[in-house]
Design a protein around this ligand. Sequence first.
Ligand SMILES: NC(=O)c1ccc[n+]([C@@H]2O[C@H](COP(=O)([O-])OP(=O)(O)OC[C@H]3O[C@@H](n4cnc5c(N)ncnc54)[C@H](O)[C@@H]3O)[C@@H](O)[C@H]2O)c1
Length: 341
Amino acid sequence: MRTLFVTGGAGFIGSAFVRLVLDELPSCEVTNFDALTYAGNPDNLTGLDASRHHFVRGDIADREAVRAAMAENTDAIINFAAESHVDRSITSADEFLRTNVVGTQVLLDAARERKVRRFVQVSTDEVMGSLPEDGNAYFTENSPYEPNSPYAASKAAAEHLVRAAHHTFSLDTVTTRCGNNYGPRQFPEKLIPLVISNALHDETVPVYGDGRNVRDWIYVEDHCRAILHALEKGQSGAIYNIGARNECRNIEVVEAILNKLGKPLSLIRYVKDRLGHDRRYAIDPAKTEAELGWLPLETWESGLRKTIDWYKENSEWIARTRSGAYREFYARQYGTEVGAD
Ligand SMILES: NC(=O)c1ccc[n+]([C@@H]2O[C@H](COP(=O)([O-])OP(=O)(O)OC[C@H]3O[C@@H](n4cnc5c(N)ncnc54)[C@H](O)[C@@H]3O)[C@@H](O)[C@H]2O)c1
């Protein structure tokens, strides 16, 4: 059995990755190490094969906890664990530095100590800043670092630490950078699940600014497949940009979802723009496609349909995530209670 140490595997993308590994690699077992912050959800792990999936609650910035959880024969570390929401990083950056920066260094140290074969850092296109709105510019692996939010800056710092571990200690590392993911089990503070869950409850849908910010959307399983390709076939020390060539303005995303749900566009409520809101992200995935032989399997149409169907069929999952701490966050961010309108 090959042992993968997956961090953040109770979150949105990490849990999809764990599912994919258990489904597609019968000779792999997974240690899933996750602190279960507000974004980590044990509900995301239901139905997994318990003989090959071992969940350990722990903090990646806690060196002893990482050591205790990591098996001696760990083959690879795949680091999804992060504070991942830009809005929260604008309110306070402390946790972003602790988890995204200190936590990544702790994992890199553990990888060296345990002689782990490969370290995969799951990063974001946001480390490269914002592109001109109507240009033909795209992010490539050589784009300069220009992080604009505390979240993006902390992820850029993590990338630098990964690079340094490769350069200084010859640690076998691969960094993947992806655009905006959508799909099942995403915490409803993020745009697509927020729109779906509010619309299903006939509540207004907050849209930042003029709604014309452009994001490059990818179905979560396609992202996870690309990470798996990078783990197996990526060049040591390389960065791979992952994208599905699917640019969309936020307002187009919102309108598409409302239309598919048969809800009126009058639910849209424009709210004060996010501070420092990046205008456009667009990824050139040519290197990933050519070197890793990866292509997305879902179109925007098929991925969005699957996503909407999942949220419709899992109303209990939504109900549980919309309770508790999420209510405080929502009220602070959008100036209204969840379900107040
Ligand atoms: N969501 C996206 O669109 C997107 C796009 C590109 C890259 N990424 C990156 O992918 C990764 C996963 O993103 P996501 O959307 O699934 O995030 P998420 O917020 O849904 O999940 C993050 C997970 O990390 C866990 N975690 C947080 N702090 C931890 C700590 N100190 N120790 C251990 N676990 C901790 C949380 O409990 C949660 O389960 C992140 O690194 C993020 O930067 C996300």
